[in-house]
Design a protein around this ligand. Sequence first.
Ligand SMILES: [Zn+2]
Length: 248
Amino acid sequence: MGSAFAVASAEADNSHLVLRAEDEVYLIDCGGRPVPRLKQAGIDCAALSGVIVTHFHPDHTYGLSILLMDMWLLGRKAPLKIYGYEACISKVAALMALYDPHLWPGMYEIEYVAVAEATGATLLESENFSITTAAMDHFIPTMALRIVAKSTGYITTYSADTQPCEALITLATGSNLLIHEATGSGDGHTTPAQAGEIAAQCGVEKLIMTHYDVFDPNPDAFITQAGQAFTGSIALAKDFMRIALAPS
Ligand SMILES: [Zn+2]
């Protein structure tokens, strides 16, 4: 849904993703215009089974309040689950409380689901997906996700925001696909070259870099930098890119 680092452009929204099976849809983090963006991706927001929030930084959460309000205005009745670390979802709940949603007539129920901050902790086990997590190294509690698509056995790990850390290596090892941030140098983040090193270390087949500098005049260089250590398939995420969770 979005591929940009914290400063979005007109063409690239902040990093967030949709995880979708036939009748199960999760939003992973939430950019600024969720309902029209979902519609553009061919997804009715009424189909959302839940929202997974990796961490409470504005570029990953700022679209949530308007998403929740729009779904209410569009007639949602079904409860909505919001998954995350306690440190994150307590702040999401506190932020939402400022909007007094109890005064919105017929507002559906929001159920906050706290995930344990341990490597391999389960976020959800459903008909289509098994999702486990690990705590990353990114200033505040931040979770990476390991998603098993049950229909194909295909495993995807999404780093969220982090600097290189052991917990990510542990979580991602054995995955087919690694979706990794590539913000650049600096505390709490990863460079494209480091993303390549991590992909090689984890033995994945494919690396897709996201959360990168969309203002860089030559983003293709990020692929070259990641390719110095990693010989598998490498791509840069683009907004509305679709990825089949199955062997290609
Ligand atoms: Zn962040």
